[in-house]
Design a binder for this molecule. Structure first.
Ligand SMILES: [Zn+2]
Length: 235
């Protein structure tokens, strides 16, 4: 939970209307706390500060703009780097499992051998390259769209963080591949769709842009990623 800001530069955002706010709640001594009301929309600036993290996560999974604003603007969550590495590991593992012959390692003791496989590291590198191409495609489109906050660089780090955080759906790749069944290919497609939807919402919330522009940016990101795949297969 985030409270009143200690530095004057730090600003929170109203999760309903995106208006800036100096504080999320006020402490009236004696332990009496009161949630700040937004001056613009007259609603609580951030109702989620009272909610259980599980409820917030469920709301984020439902792609609610308010939950995204709460996580990105009003918390100091700082796991995007680790999450990105973990998501890439999940992707590499998923691709590695789909390689011919890799499923023959059924003994749990072989798990350590997985990490030692050269193919696994190669696929990790490819996944990282594709992720970079995808992010580059998104950033290039948004720069070309001449968005002021992005041009000034103030929202660059936040957008980067938002895109990495909103890719958390890739963690679902592991259970989808481990519990393999007839519907696994469909599950993988649905996971990709979920990640793309989350990324679109992250762009919308961070830069306060239209759904059309964020969808266009995601599409271009995907095109960059596919172009890289094409180059890999060509050479
Ligand atoms: Zn408001």
């Amino acid at each position: 939970m985030s409270g009143r800001d200690e530095s004057k530069e730090q600003r929170y955002r109203c999760i309903e209307c995106n208006e800036e706010s100096n504080e999320l709640y006020r402490d009236y001594n004696h332990g009496v706390l009161k949630i700040t009301i937004c001056k613009s929309c007259q609603k609580p600036v951030d109702k989620y500060i009272e909610y259980d993290p599980v409820i917030i996560l469920i709301n984020a999974m439902l792609c609610k703009v308010q939950a995204y604003r709460h996580i990105l603007f009003n918390t100091k969550i700082n796991i995007h780097g680790k999450l990105c590495i973990f998501c890439l590991l999940c992707e590499a593992y998923t691709r590695w499992r789909q390689l011919p012959g890799s499923s023959s390692y059924t003994n749990p003791e072989d798990l350590i051998r997985y990490a030692k496989e050269w193919d696994f590291y190669r696929l990790f590198g490819i996944a990282a390259l594709e992720q970079t191409a995808y992010l580059m495609g998104i950033f290039i489109v948004l720069f070309l769209a001449n968005l002021k906050p992005l041009k000034m660089g103030s929202e660059f780090a936040l957008l980067f963080k938002a895109l990495l955080l909103s890719s958390y759906g890739k963690l679902l790749l592991i259970p989808a591949v481990i519990w393999e069944h007839d519907y696994t290919p469909l599950c993988l497609k649905l996971i990709t769709l979920f990640v793309l939807t989350s990324n679109t919402q992250a762009i919308r919330v961070t830069l306060n842009v239209s759904r059309t522009l964020s969808l266009f940016a995601i599409t271009c990101g995907l095109l960059f990623e596919k172009a890289l795949c094409y180059i890999q297969w060509t050479y």
